[in-house]
Design a protein around this ligand. Structure first.
Ligand code: AMP
Ligand code: MG
Length: 345
């Protein structure tokens, strides 16, 4: 075991030690197939309170509760599972899909940000599942970053943000999807997509028939002034220190625009697709991945934002992508990273 500022860094063979800390009400970050989560006993109000404190997270931004077995959903929710919930669970659990359901009395209000619903997910990552089982409690686990910063896809990102603030992190290497889970609200009559992620809109539609998309999902302006269904949508998210500009439109127009903007700057980073990386004559170019492999891109966006911060660039220019499949989740995160500074070519 290593240590940084009092935060233990466990390897994947030290899960028992990590689970012991969780049982004592401590905070332990762990890898999932989406991003690293910052875990605490979801049923222990005080432990959950310390998640909000460590992250600097607004108290009305609810947490996702992670379980290792389907039966655990009974303790967290009221009433019977709807046919829609059953279908989604059968098809997509374990996996990057979070369901919002009516909460039971067992779940403290602090875990749900004061809402009468609870968000539940069964992750697919073997270390996450094992840790939850060893801890013997459901784990509330938001992304293990400081509130407002890019989500962590490596243990070193967690350490950079939270060393000294949390008991431990389990180092499981790089996470597998790189953006947070899809969130679907099933507490309303028509299922509503609140946050796009690894389970795509198209996949949900295939199982459910009809899915509404919350307007905030595709928003190109800040929703802060509006009343959002999901309080998590109100806050600036995923922001590096540098100013971020997202350029959207047809690929050729995007690259021309970025080239033009980069020529006006002296200390600029560009997040490019592999297909266009050689096009740019100015700036530090980093490759997000191929336009034909959106999973590669989703895995890299948060990591690259943090790398550009380390390099100390003043501005980051990002190529926009089509919004189909995983592209919807990627563009949703990039628009927020840019604080909605978007150029539509
Ligand atoms: P994070 O833990 O950082 O991935 O954020 C969790 C997100 O899940 C929140 O920001 C909300 O958008 C969403 N969420 C969690 N619980 C609820 C809930 N009860 N109702 C609606 N959205 C929720
Ligand atoms: Mg988060």
């Amino acid at each position: 075991m290593r240590e940084k500022n009092g935060t233990k860094i466990f390897s994947k063979t030290e899960l028992k030690e990590a689970a012991d800390l969780l049982q004592k009400g401590k905070l332990v970050a762990f890898p999932t197939e989406t991003v690293y989560g910052l875990g605490a006993n979801a049923l222990d109000g005080e432990a959950v309170q310390s998640i909000f404190a460590a992250k600097g997270r607004p108290a009305d931004n609810p947490l996702i509760v992670h379980i290792a077995r389907q039966e655990e959903i009974k303790e967290l929710t009221t009433g019977n599972l709807s046919p829609q919930a059953q279908k989604l669970i059968k098809r997509f659990w374990p996996g990057p899909l979070t369901l919002v359901l009516k909460k039971s009395e067992e779940v403290p209000e602090i875990t749900t940000g004061g809402l009468d619903t609870v968000a539940v997910r069964m992750p697919k990552h073997s270390l996450a599942l094992k840790l939850i089982e060893l801890a013997e409690v459901p784990l509330a686990a938001p992304s293990a970053n400081l509130s407002g910063r890019p989500s962590p896809t490596l243990a070193e990102h967690v350490i950079a943000d939270l060393a000294g603030e949390i008991a431990a992190v389990v180092d499981g290497g790089q996470t597998g999807i790189g953006v947070e889970s899809t969130v679907v609200d099933l507490s309303t009559e028509v299922p509503t997509l609140l946050r796009p992620g690894g389970i795509t809109y198209e996949m949900l539609e295939e199982v459910l028939g009809t899915v509404e998309i919350d307007p905030a999902v595709k928003a190109k302006v800040n929703q802060e002034s509006k009343e959002a269904i999901s309080p998590g949508m109100k806050y600036r998210h995923y922001a590096p220190q540098a100013e971020v500009i997202l350029v959207e439109g047809e690929a050729e127009a995007i690259t021309d625009k970025i080239q033009e903007l980069a020529a006006q700057e002296s200390n600029v980073g560009i997040m490019a697709s592999r297909e266009y990386q050689d096009f740019y004559q100015q700036g530090i170019v980093k490759v997000m991945g191929s336009r034909d492999d959106l999973t590669e891109i989703s895995n890299n966006i948060f990591k690259l934002l943090r790398e550009f911060d380390k390099l100390g660039v003043d501005k980051i220019l990002i190529e926009g992508l089509p919004e189909h499949g995983l592209g919807l989740a990627i563009m949703n995160r990039l628009r927020k990273s840019a604080g909605y500074q978007i150029i539509d070519t």
